[in-house]
Design a protein around this ligand. Structure first.
Ligand SMILES: [Zn+2]
Length: 322
């Protein structure tokens, strides 16, 4: 997850695009999609087992052996579930030299041309210390996405193609900018524009820091309002009323490159990860460890995102992107 406080201007530069990218997902689409899909169940304990395995790899900083092992682990887990895997390895100039990155994507086929992206990062922040686990940032997003991929692959009757994307290089080394941080998500957004496939993408649902034992989703204002509403409805309908709050300022995360190219996008994040409510003092410290995350939090977020994706999954009813 990105330290946004210094980068507010960078985010706000994308807000005009954000407004242009908004679409509205009405209750009619929801009603039409009900009953068509058989949705498998998200298992928080299984996700937590993946999280434990990831943490055993140690630091997963982009370009390191730990990150390579994490990418291999993710790809293996996806293939074990019968999911087609696409690896996108690339290099970019960065303030510390040439950086190497690998995005891992699980493709779950659909019946129409439209695509929903569900994504999050798997790299960890550099320079915290050799014992850094990154259990929440980015273990939780990786583990939740793996289980979501398994659930979607096991669910029948889906219309849209789903891309479950594990981004590398979300964390910056020095400060966020066009060559530092968000490498994986910027890469995918750029390729979507270059190939023309951007027109196929109906939404990008990003998760980050979603494993906190004391879970509270703090959604920043630089997200598509239609997706914030959808998140709130899904959380309430699943019995998690009060879980979704507004974060007081914009957050720079992997959803921003998608907003910038006109794709409706949301960052589902709990940015109060700390020793007391409202504090974020475990973030980017050695305290970001397994003892401060839980299988239950992974399961709550996983169930909500699966429900969001289910309701988005109606390419006939979906209004056109603007
Ligand atoms: Zn982070």
């Amino acid at each position: 997850m990105a330290d946004c406080r210094l980068k507010v201007g960078y985010v706000l530069a994308g807000m005009g695009v954000l407004a242009a990218g908004m679409v509205f997902f009405g209750s009619a689409a929801h009603a039409a999609s009900q009953g068509r899909q058989a949705t498998a169940k998200f298992d928080g304990r299984r996700a937590f087992e993946d999280l434990q395995e990831l943490v055993r790899l140690g630091e997963r900083t982009a370009g390191t052996e730990g990150a390579a092992q994490a990418a291999e682990f993710i790809a293996r887990r996806l293939r074990d579930a019968g999911i087609q895997v696409r690896l996108d390895s690339f290099s970019e100039d960065t303030p510390w030299g040439r950086g190497r990155f690998t995005n891992v994507m699980g493709i779950i086929p659909g019946q129409c041309d439209s695509v929903v992206i569900i994504g999050g990062h798997y790299d960890t922040k550099a320079g915290i210390g050799r014992r850094f686990q990154g259990a929440n940032d980015s273990g939780s997003s990786t583990a939740v996405l793996l289980e979501i991929a398994r659930v979607l692959a096991a669910s029948s009757g889906q219309r849209m193609e789903k891309w479950v994307v594990f981004f590398d290089g979300e964390e910056c080394r020095r400060s966020y900018g066009p060559h530092d941080g968000l490498h994986g998500s910027r890469r995918l957004a750029r390729r979507l524009i270059q190939s023309g496939a951007v027109k196929r993408i109906r939404a990008a649902v990003i998760v980050d820091m979603v494993g906190d034992r004391d879970l509270e989703l703090t959604i920043p204002p630089n997200c598509s309002t239609s997706l914030i509403s959808l998140l709130q409805r899904c959380a309430a309908d699943l019995g998690f009323e009060g879980l979704v709050r507004s974060y007081p300022g914009p957050i720079l995360d992997d959803h921003v490159p998608f907003l910038r190219c006109g794709i409706p996008a949301i960052d589902i994040i709990d940015f109060y990860y700390g020793s007391a409510p409202g504090r974020n003092d475990y973030w980017h410290t050695l305290e970001d460890s397994l003892e401060h995350v839980s299988a239950r939090s992974l399961e709550i977020v996983g169930r909500i995102v699966v429900e969001m994706v289910r309701r988005l999954d109606d390419c006939e009813q979906m209004p056109a992107r603007k």
